[in-house]
Write a protein that binds this ligand. Structure first.
Ligand SMILES: [Zn+2]
Length: 303
């Protein structure tokens, strides 16, 4: 059996640009990709562990250039697919609704509530496609690899979390946070929807790793401080811990690439298709079986 081609892509969240600017992550700049939805954020190809990993900074290349509601999610996901990405790990810096999640610690996302309101959320506008199951919002295989990596690196993390995605760019009100807590959300952020759903529509495995940046509004009593990031929601100690967490991303990405290599070899030896146990890469199978969609995903979008 030929070894299945795997290409890992990383979507960097808030502060990803600091890793590019400091050269903590460096490689070949491929530049923005022209897509039917407009240009993507610039892509990089970063050599790690015998692989060339695709990297994209969601909020901008040099600084925080675009807030979450105005990120061109369709262009970014299209661009990664165009460059052959099969697996995407997104990172994001949410606030904690559940106080068991502390700033500076990591969490591997398991489920999501989508509270966004004004974002294009599908590649299949005005068509009969996209009615697909979301039992596993995040790829279970990629999730378990992330858990394995964080365990080996001995970083503080939680292996499950429900994320609620709000529209932004403003932060949430205290009443909204109380409501999301009642709905079962652990973390709140603004970026994983529709990104995760778009990746599934193009049949890519997608998992999300959070580094908790602050406690959400009203979870802890914090005085307002003008002129600072989070305006008092995060203490200076918490900000330091968060800074350390961001610096750990290159080590996480490197270890993840190695784990993906190992998993690929194990599956290849067992002569099983990769990835076993996940349905991400066959999400549109029903439409293919009916002869409604071809093997070329570009054709899916032009209807
Ligand atoms: Zn998958």
């Amino acid at each position: 059996m030929p070894r299945q081609r795997i290409r890992l892509a990383i979507i960097g969240g808030s502060q990803a640009y600091t890793l590019l600017q400091s050269k903590a992550l460096s490689g070949k700049r491929l530049g923005p990709v022209s897509t039917p939805y407009g240009p993507s954020q610039p892509l990089y190809e970063i050599p790690i562990s015998r692989r060339r990993i695709l990297f994209l900074s969601r909020h901008g290349e040099k600084r925080y250039e675009v807030t979450a509601p105005f990120v061109n999610y369709r262009a970014n996901i299209y661009a990664l697919k165009e460059h052959g990405a099969t697996h995407i790990v997104a990172w994001t810096g949410p606030g904690a609704i559940n106080p068991a999640f502390t700033p500076g610690s990591f969490a591997v996302m398991t489920d999501m509530i989508d509270e966004t309101r004004r974002r294009p959320s599908t590649f299949f506008e005005n068509s009969g496609f996209g009615f697909i199951r979301m039992g596993d919002v995040f790829c279970p295989n990629l999730r378990s690899l992330l858990v394995r990596v964080l365990r080996r690196l001995r970083y503080e993390f939680c292996d499950h979390a429900t994320y609620v995605c709000t529209e932004g760019p403003r932060l949430e009100t205290p009443a909204e946070i109380r409501m999301y807590a009642k709905l079962g959300a652990d973390l709140v952020g603004m970026t994983l929807a529709p990104e995760a759903f778009l990746a599934r529509e193009l049949e890519m495995c997608y998992a999300a790793l959070a580094y908790v940046t602050n406690f959400a509004e009203g979870v802890k009593q914090r005085r307002f401080r003008n002129g600072e990031l989070f305006e008092g929601l995060a203490t200076s100690t918490e900000k330091q811990r968060v800074g350390q967490a961001v610096k750990r991303f290159p080590s996480i990405i490197g270890a993840l690439a190695q784990q993906l290599d190992r998993a690929t070899q194990e599956v290849s030896r067992a002569r099983k298709p990769l990835p076993p146990g996940c349905h991400c890469q066959r999400a549109m199978e029903r439409y293919r079986k009916q002869g409604l969609l071809s093997e070329d995903w570009h054709e899916w979008l032009s209807r």
